[in-house]
Ligand binder design. Structure first.
Ligand code: S3P
Length: 440
Protein backbone atom coordinates (compact mmCIF):
# COMPACT_ATOMS: atom_id res chain seq x y z
CA UNK A 1 0.00 0.00 0.00
CA UNK A 2 1.26 3.47 -0.93
CA UNK A 3 1.92 5.27 2.33
CA UNK A 4 3.59 8.40 0.92
CA UNK A 5 1.54 11.55 1.49
CA UNK A 6 -0.80 13.15 -1.05
CA UNK A 7 -1.41 16.86 -1.51
CA UNK A 8 -4.49 18.64 -2.89
CA UNK A 9 -3.85 21.99 -4.53
CA UNK A 10 -6.36 24.75 -5.10
CA UNK A 11 -7.04 25.07 -8.81
CA UNK A 12 -9.76 25.70 -11.38
CA UNK A 13 -13.37 24.51 -11.47
CA UNK A 14 -14.28 20.82 -11.39
CA UNK A 15 -16.44 19.65 -14.26
CA UNK A 16 -17.70 16.33 -15.54
CA UNK A 17 -19.84 13.25 -15.18
CA UNK A 18 -18.53 10.26 -13.25
CA UNK A 19 -19.62 6.99 -11.72
CA UNK A 20 -18.65 6.43 -8.08
CA UNK A 21 -17.64 2.89 -7.02
CA UNK A 22 -20.21 0.35 -5.85
CA UNK A 23 -21.88 0.71 -2.48
CA UNK A 24 -19.74 -0.79 0.25
CA UNK A 25 -22.62 -1.93 2.48
CA UNK A 26 -24.44 -3.67 -0.36
CA UNK A 27 -21.21 -5.23 -1.69
CA UNK A 28 -20.38 -6.92 1.65
CA UNK A 29 -23.93 -8.19 1.97
CA UNK A 30 -24.06 -9.57 -1.58
CA UNK A 31 -20.98 -11.73 -0.91
CA UNK A 32 -22.14 -12.88 2.53
CA UNK A 33 -25.71 -13.70 1.52
CA UNK A 34 -24.39 -15.35 -1.66
CA UNK A 35 -22.25 -17.65 0.50
CA UNK A 36 -25.13 -18.47 2.87
CA UNK A 37 -27.50 -19.20 -0.02
CA UNK A 38 -27.91 -22.28 -2.13
CA UNK A 39 -27.04 -21.77 -5.79
CA UNK A 40 -25.53 -18.96 -7.72
CA UNK A 41 -25.38 -15.24 -7.02
CA UNK A 42 -24.24 -13.01 -9.89
CA UNK A 43 -23.07 -9.61 -8.70
CA UNK A 44 -22.65 -6.57 -10.94
CA UNK A 45 -20.88 -3.40 -9.85
CA UNK A 46 -19.24 -4.90 -6.75
CA UNK A 47 -16.95 -2.46 -4.94
CA UNK A 48 -13.46 -3.84 -5.51
CA UNK A 49 -11.98 -2.04 -2.52
CA UNK A 50 -9.79 -3.75 0.05
CA UNK A 51 -12.60 -4.05 2.64
CA UNK A 52 -14.86 -5.96 0.28
CA UNK A 53 -12.05 -8.10 -1.18
CA UNK A 54 -11.36 -9.27 2.39
CA UNK A 55 -14.99 -10.33 2.71
CA UNK A 56 -14.75 -12.19 -0.62
CA UNK A 57 -11.71 -14.07 0.73
CA UNK A 58 -13.51 -14.78 3.99
CA UNK A 59 -16.43 -16.31 2.11
CA UNK A 60 -14.00 -18.60 0.28
CA UNK A 61 -12.52 -19.62 3.64
CA UNK A 62 -16.05 -20.38 4.85
CA UNK A 63 -16.71 -22.75 1.96
CA UNK A 64 -18.25 -20.70 -0.87
CA UNK A 65 -16.87 -20.54 -4.39
CA UNK A 66 -16.20 -16.89 -5.18
CA UNK A 67 -14.99 -15.93 -8.66
CA UNK A 68 -14.22 -12.61 -10.30
CA UNK A 69 -15.55 -12.69 -13.85
CA UNK A 70 -14.81 -9.13 -14.96
CA UNK A 71 -14.62 -5.58 -13.64
CA UNK A 72 -17.13 -5.53 -10.76
CA UNK A 73 -18.67 -8.79 -12.01
CA UNK A 74 -18.48 -11.55 -9.43
CA UNK A 75 -20.08 -14.96 -9.05
CA UNK A 76 -20.69 -16.61 -5.69
CA UNK A 77 -21.70 -20.27 -5.56
CA UNK A 78 -23.07 -20.88 -2.08
CA UNK A 79 -23.60 -24.23 -0.37
CA UNK A 80 -26.60 -23.17 1.70
CA UNK A 81 -24.39 -23.24 4.82
CA UNK A 82 -20.97 -22.10 6.01
CA UNK A 83 -18.12 -24.53 6.75
CA UNK A 84 -15.46 -24.20 9.45
CA UNK A 85 -12.48 -22.24 8.13
CA UNK A 86 -9.07 -23.83 8.52
CA UNK A 87 -7.32 -20.55 9.28
CA UNK A 88 -7.87 -17.14 10.86
CA UNK A 89 -10.19 -14.77 8.96
CA UNK A 90 -8.50 -11.39 8.52
CA UNK A 91 -11.02 -8.65 7.76
CA UNK A 92 -8.36 -5.96 7.33
CA UNK A 93 -9.83 -2.53 8.10
CA UNK A 94 -13.47 -3.53 7.77
CA UNK A 95 -15.87 -3.26 10.71
CA UNK A 96 -18.82 -4.12 8.48
CA UNK A 97 -17.07 -7.22 7.14
CA UNK A 98 -16.05 -8.66 10.49
CA UNK A 99 -19.29 -7.85 12.31
CA UNK A 100 -21.63 -9.23 9.65
CA UNK A 101 -19.52 -12.35 9.16
CA UNK A 102 -19.51 -12.96 12.94
CA UNK A 103 -23.31 -12.91 12.86
CA UNK A 104 -23.47 -15.28 9.91
CA UNK A 105 -20.83 -17.68 11.34
CA UNK A 106 -22.51 -17.83 14.77
CA UNK A 107 -25.33 -19.87 13.27
CA UNK A 108 -23.09 -22.86 12.57
CA UNK A 109 -21.53 -25.43 14.92
CA UNK A 110 -17.95 -24.41 14.31
CA UNK A 111 -15.17 -22.21 15.65
CA UNK A 112 -14.17 -19.15 13.66
CA UNK A 113 -11.24 -16.93 14.59
CA UNK A 114 -11.24 -13.31 13.41
CA UNK A 115 -8.63 -10.59 13.26
CA UNK A 116 -8.01 -7.33 11.44
CA UNK A 117 -5.58 -4.44 11.07
CA UNK A 118 -4.50 -2.25 13.99
CA UNK A 119 -7.55 0.02 13.61
CA UNK A 120 -10.04 -2.88 13.55
CA UNK A 121 -8.28 -4.62 16.47
CA UNK A 122 -8.97 -1.47 18.51
CA UNK A 123 -12.69 -1.27 17.69
CA UNK A 124 -15.51 -2.51 19.95
CA UNK A 125 -16.86 -5.98 19.18
CA UNK A 126 -18.87 -6.48 22.39
CA UNK A 127 -21.81 -4.84 20.65
CA UNK A 128 -21.92 -7.98 18.47
CA UNK A 129 -20.68 -10.53 21.01
CA UNK A 130 -23.31 -9.55 23.59
CA UNK A 131 -26.40 -10.39 21.51
CA UNK A 132 -24.70 -13.43 19.94
CA UNK A 133 -23.89 -14.73 23.46
CA UNK A 134 -27.51 -14.20 24.47
CA UNK A 135 -28.41 -16.46 21.54
CA UNK A 136 -25.99 -19.14 22.78
CA UNK A 137 -22.73 -18.43 20.95
CA UNK A 138 -19.48 -18.52 22.94
CA UNK A 139 -16.31 -16.50 22.46
CA UNK A 140 -12.82 -15.89 23.66
CA UNK A 141 -11.55 -12.38 22.98
CA UNK A 142 -8.92 -9.90 24.10
CA UNK A 143 -9.79 -7.47 26.91
CA UNK A 144 -12.89 -5.41 26.13
CA UNK A 145 -14.02 -7.91 23.50
CA UNK A 146 -11.36 -6.81 21.01
CA UNK A 147 -9.99 -8.77 18.07
CA UNK A 148 -8.43 -11.24 17.61
CA UNK A 149 -11.28 -13.37 18.91
CA UNK A 150 -12.66 -16.85 18.45
CA UNK A 151 -16.38 -17.44 18.13
CA UNK A 152 -18.10 -20.75 18.80
CA UNK A 153 -21.47 -21.06 17.10
CA UNK A 154 -24.39 -23.40 16.56
CA UNK A 155 -27.58 -24.38 18.40
CA UNK A 156 -28.68 -20.78 18.76
CA UNK A 157 -31.94 -19.65 20.36
CA UNK A 158 -33.85 -16.67 18.97
CA UNK A 159 -33.71 -13.36 20.86
CA UNK A 160 -35.55 -10.09 20.97
CA UNK A 161 -32.75 -7.53 20.94
CA UNK A 162 -32.76 -3.76 21.39
CA UNK A 163 -29.31 -2.48 20.35
CA UNK A 164 -28.22 0.33 22.69
CA UNK A 165 -26.40 2.00 19.78
CA UNK A 166 -28.09 2.77 16.44
CA UNK A 167 -26.14 0.36 14.24
CA UNK A 168 -26.98 -1.44 11.02
CA UNK A 169 -23.98 -3.68 11.64
CA UNK A 170 -25.38 -4.90 14.96
CA UNK A 171 -28.87 -5.30 13.52
CA UNK A 172 -27.51 -7.24 10.55
CA UNK A 173 -25.32 -9.54 12.67
CA UNK A 174 -28.28 -10.48 14.88
CA UNK A 175 -30.59 -11.05 11.90
CA UNK A 176 -28.00 -13.21 10.10
CA UNK A 177 -27.49 -15.30 13.25
CA UNK A 178 -31.28 -15.46 13.60
CA UNK A 179 -31.56 -17.24 10.25
CA UNK A 180 -30.07 -20.30 11.97
CA UNK A 181 -31.63 -19.93 15.44
CA UNK A 182 -34.58 -21.83 16.90
CA UNK A 183 -37.58 -19.50 16.90
CA UNK A 184 -38.16 -16.00 15.63
CA UNK A 185 -35.42 -13.40 16.17
CA UNK A 186 -36.29 -9.74 16.36
CA UNK A 187 -34.30 -6.54 16.49
CA UNK A 188 -36.01 -3.41 17.74
CA UNK A 189 -34.17 -0.24 16.77
CA UNK A 190 -35.10 3.11 18.27
CA UNK A 191 -33.97 4.87 15.12
CA UNK A 192 -34.10 3.15 11.75
CA UNK A 193 -30.68 2.36 10.28
CA UNK A 194 -29.77 1.32 6.72
CA UNK A 195 -31.97 -1.59 5.67
CA UNK A 196 -29.88 -3.30 2.97
CA UNK A 197 -29.74 -6.60 4.87
CA UNK A 198 -33.52 -6.75 5.15
CA UNK A 199 -34.01 -5.86 1.47
CA UNK A 200 -31.43 -8.35 0.25
CA UNK A 201 -32.67 -11.16 2.48
CA UNK A 202 -36.07 -10.75 0.82
CA UNK A 203 -34.48 -10.79 -2.63
CA UNK A 204 -32.84 -14.11 -1.62
CA UNK A 205 -36.25 -15.56 -0.74
CA UNK A 206 -36.38 -15.05 3.04
CA UNK A 207 -39.35 -13.66 4.87
CA UNK A 208 -38.48 -10.55 6.86
CA UNK A 209 -41.24 -8.73 8.73
CA UNK A 210 -40.83 -5.05 9.50
CA UNK A 211 -43.18 -3.14 11.74
CA UNK A 212 -42.95 0.48 12.91
CA UNK A 213 -44.13 0.67 16.51
CA UNK A 214 -44.09 3.43 19.13
CA UNK A 215 -40.84 2.06 20.58
CA UNK A 216 -39.13 1.97 17.19
CA UNK A 217 -38.75 -0.29 14.19
CA UNK A 218 -39.09 -4.02 14.75
CA UNK A 219 -37.45 -6.38 12.24
CA UNK A 220 -38.17 -10.09 12.56
CA UNK A 221 -36.79 -13.22 10.87
CA UNK A 222 -37.78 -16.80 11.56
CA UNK A 223 -34.98 -19.34 12.00
CA UNK A 224 -34.51 -22.22 9.60
CA UNK A 225 -35.21 -20.26 6.42
CA UNK A 226 -33.31 -21.26 3.28
CA UNK A 227 -31.77 -18.59 1.09
CA UNK A 228 -31.54 -18.97 -2.67
CA UNK A 229 -28.87 -17.18 -4.72
CA UNK A 230 -30.14 -14.14 -6.62
CA UNK A 231 -28.68 -11.49 -8.93
CA UNK A 232 -27.44 -8.31 -7.23
CA UNK A 233 -26.82 -5.02 -9.01
CA UNK A 234 -24.78 -2.76 -6.75
CA UNK A 235 -25.56 0.98 -7.09
CA UNK A 236 -22.93 3.71 -6.68
CA UNK A 237 -22.08 4.42 -3.05
CA UNK A 238 -23.57 7.72 -1.82
CA UNK A 239 -20.87 7.80 0.88
CA UNK A 240 -18.22 7.87 -1.91
CA UNK A 241 -20.23 10.11 -4.28
CA UNK A 242 -20.22 12.65 -1.44
CA UNK A 243 -16.53 13.50 -2.05
CA UNK A 244 -16.70 14.73 -5.69
CA UNK A 245 -20.10 16.34 -4.99
CA UNK A 246 -18.87 18.37 -2.00
CA UNK A 247 -15.70 19.21 -3.96
CA UNK A 248 -17.94 20.81 -6.62
CA UNK A 249 -19.98 22.70 -4.02
CA UNK A 250 -16.89 24.40 -2.55
CA UNK A 251 -14.90 25.06 -5.75
CA UNK A 252 -16.02 28.14 -7.74
CA UNK A 253 -17.36 27.47 -11.25
CA UNK A 254 -17.81 23.73 -10.70
CA UNK A 255 -20.54 21.37 -11.88
CA UNK A 256 -20.19 17.62 -11.26
CA UNK A 257 -22.67 14.80 -11.86
CA UNK A 258 -22.36 11.38 -10.24
CA UNK A 259 -24.38 8.66 -11.97
CA UNK A 260 -26.42 5.82 -10.53
CA UNK A 261 -26.12 6.94 -6.89
CA UNK A 262 -28.00 4.92 -4.27
CA UNK A 263 -30.81 7.14 -2.94
CA UNK A 264 -32.23 4.88 -0.23
CA UNK A 265 -33.70 7.42 2.24
CA UNK A 266 -31.82 5.72 5.09
CA UNK A 267 -28.57 6.80 3.37
CA UNK A 268 -29.27 10.31 2.08
CA UNK A 269 -29.05 12.43 5.24
CA UNK A 270 -26.02 14.28 3.84
CA UNK A 271 -27.91 15.39 0.73
CA UNK A 272 -30.80 16.65 2.90
CA UNK A 273 -28.35 18.58 5.10
CA UNK A 274 -26.42 20.08 2.18
CA UNK A 275 -29.68 21.35 0.66
CA UNK A 276 -30.56 22.96 3.99
CA UNK A 277 -27.17 24.67 3.79
CA UNK A 278 -28.15 26.14 0.43
CA UNK A 279 -26.41 23.64 -1.85
CA UNK A 280 -27.46 23.47 -5.48
CA UNK A 281 -27.84 19.71 -5.52
CA UNK A 282 -30.27 18.15 -7.98
CA UNK A 283 -31.35 14.59 -8.70
CA UNK A 284 -32.40 13.40 -12.13
CA UNK A 285 -33.69 10.18 -13.59
CA UNK A 286 -34.73 8.73 -10.23
CA UNK A 287 -35.52 5.06 -10.76
CA UNK A 288 -35.51 1.68 -9.08
CA UNK A 289 -32.61 -0.66 -9.85
CA UNK A 290 -32.18 -4.02 -8.16
CA UNK A 291 -34.68 -3.13 -5.43
CA UNK A 292 -33.02 0.18 -4.52
CA UNK A 293 -33.78 3.78 -5.52
CA UNK A 294 -30.98 5.35 -7.61
CA UNK A 295 -30.46 8.53 -9.63
CA UNK A 296 -27.99 10.99 -11.14
CA UNK A 297 -26.89 13.59 -8.60
CA UNK A 298 -25.49 16.96 -9.76
CA UNK A 299 -23.74 19.51 -7.55
CA UNK A 300 -22.90 23.07 -8.62
CA UNK A 301 -20.73 25.53 -6.71
CA UNK A 302 -22.92 27.14 -4.05
CA UNK A 303 -22.81 29.72 -1.29
CA UNK A 304 -23.35 27.57 1.81
CA UNK A 305 -24.59 28.62 5.24
CA UNK A 306 -24.11 26.82 8.55
CA UNK A 307 -26.94 24.73 9.98
CA UNK A 308 -27.75 22.69 13.04
CA UNK A 309 -27.91 19.03 12.01
CA UNK A 310 -30.64 17.20 13.95
CA UNK A 311 -29.19 14.35 16.02
CA UNK A 312 -31.99 12.09 14.74
CA UNK A 313 -30.48 12.32 11.25
CA UNK A 314 -27.19 10.71 12.30
CA UNK A 315 -27.98 7.12 11.26
CA UNK A 316 -28.78 8.23 7.68
CA UNK A 317 -25.43 10.03 7.27
CA UNK A 318 -23.15 8.44 9.84
CA UNK A 319 -20.19 8.05 7.44
CA UNK A 320 -20.68 11.52 5.93
CA UNK A 321 -19.90 13.77 8.91
CA UNK A 322 -16.22 14.20 7.93
CA UNK A 323 -17.11 15.50 4.46
CA UNK A 324 -19.99 17.54 5.92
CA UNK A 325 -17.43 19.17 8.23
CA UNK A 326 -15.48 20.16 5.10
CA UNK A 327 -18.58 21.73 3.50
CA UNK A 328 -19.22 23.46 6.84
CA UNK A 329 -15.71 24.97 6.81
CA UNK A 330 -16.66 26.79 3.57
CA UNK A 331 -20.07 27.93 4.83
CA UNK A 332 -21.13 31.20 6.39
CA UNK A 333 -21.71 30.71 10.11
CA UNK A 334 -21.40 27.70 12.35
CA UNK A 335 -22.55 24.14 11.67
CA UNK A 336 -23.45 22.12 14.73
CA UNK A 337 -23.34 18.33 14.65
CA UNK A 338 -24.56 16.54 17.78
CA UNK A 339 -25.50 13.00 18.75
CA UNK A 340 -22.52 11.65 16.83
CA UNK A 341 -20.64 9.82 19.61
CA UNK A 342 -20.50 6.74 17.33
CA UNK A 343 -17.97 8.64 15.20
CA UNK A 344 -15.40 8.14 17.94
CA UNK A 345 -15.36 4.36 17.32
CA UNK A 346 -15.20 4.32 13.50
CA UNK A 347 -12.01 3.56 11.54
CA UNK A 348 -10.53 6.39 13.64
CA UNK A 349 -11.93 8.82 16.21
CA UNK A 350 -13.46 10.93 13.47
CA UNK A 351 -14.53 13.79 15.74
CA UNK A 352 -10.94 14.22 16.99
CA UNK A 353 -9.40 13.75 13.52
CA UNK A 354 -11.66 16.34 11.88
CA UNK A 355 -11.20 18.86 14.71
CA UNK A 356 -7.40 18.52 14.58
CA UNK A 357 -7.11 18.63 10.78
CA UNK A 358 -9.49 21.58 10.41
CA UNK A 359 -7.55 23.52 13.05
CA UNK A 360 -4.31 22.78 11.18
CA UNK A 361 -6.00 24.33 8.11
CA UNK A 362 -7.10 27.51 9.88
CA UNK A 363 -10.72 26.54 10.60
CA UNK A 364 -12.12 27.05 14.11
CA UNK A 365 -13.86 24.07 15.65
CA UNK A 366 -15.32 23.11 18.99
CA UNK A 367 -14.97 19.46 19.92
CA UNK A 368 -17.61 17.99 22.25
CA UNK A 369 -17.76 14.48 23.69
CA UNK A 370 -20.51 13.55 21.22
CA UNK A 371 -20.46 16.46 18.84
CA UNK A 372 -18.50 18.88 16.67
CA UNK A 373 -19.09 22.53 15.82
CA UNK A 374 -17.35 23.90 12.73
CA UNK A 375 -17.13 27.67 12.31
CA UNK A 376 -17.46 28.46 8.61
CA UNK A 377 -15.00 30.87 7.02
CA UNK A 378 -17.29 32.44 4.40
CA UNK A 379 -18.33 35.48 6.46
CA UNK A 380 -14.74 36.67 6.74
CA UNK A 381 -14.92 36.67 2.94
CA UNK A 382 -11.83 34.59 2.41
CA UNK A 383 -11.43 30.94 1.72
CA UNK A 384 -10.26 28.24 4.10
CA UNK A 385 -6.57 28.94 4.73
CA UNK A 386 -5.34 25.35 4.19
CA UNK A 387 -1.59 24.87 4.27
CA UNK A 388 -1.76 22.12 6.87
CA UNK A 389 -0.95 18.43 7.11
CA UNK A 390 -4.01 16.46 8.12
CA UNK A 391 -3.27 13.29 10.04
CA UNK A 392 -5.67 10.52 9.06
CA UNK A 393 -4.82 7.77 11.53
CA UNK A 394 -5.24 5.37 8.61
CA UNK A 395 -8.85 6.45 8.03
CA UNK A 396 -9.91 6.50 4.35
CA UNK A 397 -12.79 8.96 4.81
CA UNK A 398 -10.64 11.41 6.78
CA UNK A 399 -8.00 11.29 4.01
CA UNK A 400 -10.54 11.95 1.22
CA UNK A 401 -12.25 14.71 3.22
CA UNK A 402 -9.04 16.69 3.68
CA UNK A 403 -8.02 16.24 0.05
CA UNK A 404 -11.39 17.76 -0.91
CA UNK A 405 -10.84 20.57 1.61
CA UNK A 406 -7.57 21.44 -0.12
CA UNK A 407 -9.21 21.93 -3.54
CA UNK A 408 -10.92 25.14 -2.47
CA UNK A 409 -8.34 26.39 0.05
CA UNK A 410 -5.83 29.23 -0.23
CA UNK A 411 -2.86 26.91 0.26
CA UNK A 412 -2.41 23.16 -0.46
CA UNK A 413 -3.53 20.56 2.06
CA UNK A 414 -1.54 17.34 2.57
CA UNK A 415 -2.68 14.06 4.10
CA UNK A 416 -0.68 11.13 5.43
CA UNK A 417 -1.48 7.45 4.67
CA UNK A 418 -3.54 8.05 1.48
CA UNK A 419 -3.08 4.35 0.62
CA UNK A 420 -6.01 3.59 2.93
CA UNK A 421 -8.37 5.31 0.48
CA UNK A 422 -8.39 2.03 -1.47
CA UNK A 423 -10.43 0.38 1.29
CA UNK A 424 -13.58 2.10 0.03
CA UNK A 425 -12.75 4.21 -3.05
CA UNK A 426 -10.10 2.67 -5.31
CA UNK A 427 -9.37 5.13 -8.11
CA UNK A 428 -10.44 8.19 -6.05
CA UNK A 429 -7.38 10.10 -7.09
CA UNK A 430 -7.87 9.33 -10.81
CA UNK A 431 -11.58 10.10 -10.74
CA UNK A 432 -10.94 13.46 -9.08
CA UNK A 433 -8.12 14.25 -11.54
CA UNK A 434 -10.56 13.53 -14.40
CA UNK A 435 -12.81 16.27 -13.02
CA UNK A 436 -9.89 18.70 -12.99
CA UNK A 437 -8.71 18.34 -9.40
CA UNK A 438 -5.01 18.78 -8.66
CA UNK A 439 -4.18 15.98 -6.27
CA UNK A 440 -0.74 14.42 -6.35
C1 S3P B 1 -22.54 -0.01 7.86
C2 S3P B 1 -23.07 0.57 8.98
C3 S3P B 1 -22.48 1.74 9.66
C4 S3P B 1 -21.45 2.45 8.77
C5 S3P B 1 -20.54 1.49 8.07
C6 S3P B 1 -21.35 0.55 7.19
C7 S3P B 1 -23.19 -1.19 7.29
O1 S3P B 1 -21.82 1.30 10.83
O2 S3P B 1 -20.70 3.35 9.54
O3 S3P B 1 -19.60 2.17 7.27
O4 S3P B 1 -22.89 -1.56 6.14
O5 S3P B 1 -24.04 -1.79 7.97
P1 S3P B 1 -22.63 1.11 12.22
O6 S3P B 1 -23.60 0.04 12.03
O7 S3P B 1 -21.59 0.74 13.23
O8 S3P B 1 -23.24 2.46 12.50
Amino acid sequence: MDEAGLTARPGGPLRGRVRAPGDKSISHRALILGALAEGETQIEGLLEGDDVLRTADAMRQLGAEVTREGVGRWRVAGRGALAEPSDVIDCGNSGTGVRLIMGAAAGYSMTTTFTGDASLRGRPMLRILRPLSQMGATYLARAGGRLPLSLGGGNLEAVSYRPPEPSAQVKSAVLLAGLNAAGSTEVIEREATRDHTERMLRAFGAQVDVEDRGEGRCIRVAGGQRLTGAPVRVPADPSSAAFPLVAALITPGSEVTVEGVLLNPLRTGLFVTLREMGADLTVENEREEGGELVGEVTARHSALRGVEVPASRAPSMIDEYPILAVAAAYAEGATTMRGIGELRVKESDRIAMMAAGLSACGVDTLEEPEGLVVVGTARANHRVAGGGLARTHGDHRIAMSFLVLGLGAEAPVAVDEPGMIATSFPGFHKLMAGLGAEIG
